[in-house]
Design a protein around this ligand. Structure first.
Ligand code: PBG
Length: 330
């Protein structure tokens, strides 16, 4: 026999030498939830995740950073009484997110702070954009008006010290509008990580539970993408690159590895992938029930996302995996 591929698998040392993909805490962006309350509250729909107080957020981010995680992205839970149909709270300079950015940057100057740019946590309709009934009395998400609000939101985050703003709303033209607005306001150095290929996905369910941000009516299919499509993702990525995005994202990750791989071939920009709340919950609940080996499944799922072509991964497991890395577990 001339070919015995098993020779390259015969010992841990050789397997390490021929390993094609690596995973490290350095690849991770850690999503964290914050609310106004003084207590940290466990999130029922995402076991192991927490809605942090400001102080709790700073502590958790600091612990993850000390383990080697370079970046966090923050998601606010906004009380119902601060929501309205134009999501005005999203650019309140004294709002929860600007205060969280300031507290994080002050406590951890080397931590990269990323913010989500979209209206859903602040919008009484629960959509990422402004909602209005059209002539036929159907709900419509108004693109250009929404983009104008997103620009105010991004400038508010930049002013508070965000390193990267990350539009997750899927409105058309928002990357160019954000780039122009940020530059005009003097924030040329604030980066844009665009959720370029964000699918209308049932995997976001637990997240919407975490923030009480589910749409009050309708679904997100007129702005998020149809999961049957791949060329459309390529188109969105090309547009975002032309519009000035610094990094692009595919979301969700695990069920969209083909999209990640395609996007990797399409662009020279860094590609991020978001292992979303439903992916987290499926692993976590099976592991908590004793049906799957949590560490093995988490590592396999994250390696697969890297292997498909992602440079960066947003994952709720970031801190846990960083600890495993330090402990020499993989
Ligand atoms: C909202 C937003 C969502 C997520 C990140 N930003 C939910 C949605 O689009 O409905 C989902 C993240 C997750 O499920 O972990 N703009």
């Amino acid at each position: 026999m001339l070919h015995r591929p098993r020779r390259n698998r015969k010992s841990p040392a050789i397997r390490n030498l021929v390993r094609e993909t690596s995973l490290s805490a350095k690849d991770f962006i850690y999503p964290l939830f914050v609310h106004e309350a003084e207590e940290n509250v466990a999130i029922e729909s995402m076991p192991g995740c927490t809605r942090w107080s400001l102080a709790g957020l700073v502590k958790e981010a600091g612990e993850a950073h000390a383990l080697g995680v370079p970046a966090v992205v923050i998601f606010p839970a906004v009380p119902e009484e601060k929501k309205n149909s134009t999501a005005d709270e999203c650019y309140n300079p004294n709002g929860l997110v600007p205060r969280a950015i300031q507290a994080l940057k002050q406590a951890h100057p080397t931590l990269c702070v990323i913010t989500d740019v979209a209206l859903d946590p602040y919008n009484s309709d629960g959509h990422d954009g402004i909602v209005r009934p059209n002539r036929n009395d159907e709900l419509e998400i108004i693109n250009d008006e929404t983009v104008a609000v997103l620009c105010k939101q991004a400038i508010c985050h930049a002013h508070a010290g965000a390193d990267i703003v990350s539009p997750s709303d899927m409105m058309d033209g928002r990357v160019e509008a954000l780039r122009t607005a940020l530059d005009d306001a003097g924030y040329q150095d604030v980066s844009i990580l665009s959720y370029s290929a964000k699918y209308a996905s049932a995997y976001y369910g637990p997240f919407r539970g975490a923030l009480d941000s589910a749409p009050k009516a309708g679904d997100k299919k007129t702005y998020q993408m149809d999961y049957a499509n791949v060329r459309e993702a390529v188109r969105e990525v090309i547009l975002d690159e032309e519009e000035g995005a610094d990094m692009v994202m595919v979301k969700p990750a695990g069920a969209y590895l083909d999209i990640i791989s395609k996007v990797r071939e399409t662009t020279s920009l860094p590609v991020a992938a978001y292992q979303v709340s439903g992916e987290y919950l499926m692993i976590k609940s099976a592991a908590d029930a004793g049906w799957l080996d949590e560490k093995a499944i988490v590592l396999e799922s994250l390696f697969a996302i890297k292997r498909a072509g992602a440079d960066l991964i947003l994952t709720y497991f970031a801190k846990q995996v960083a600890q495993w890395e330090i402990d020499g577990e993989f």
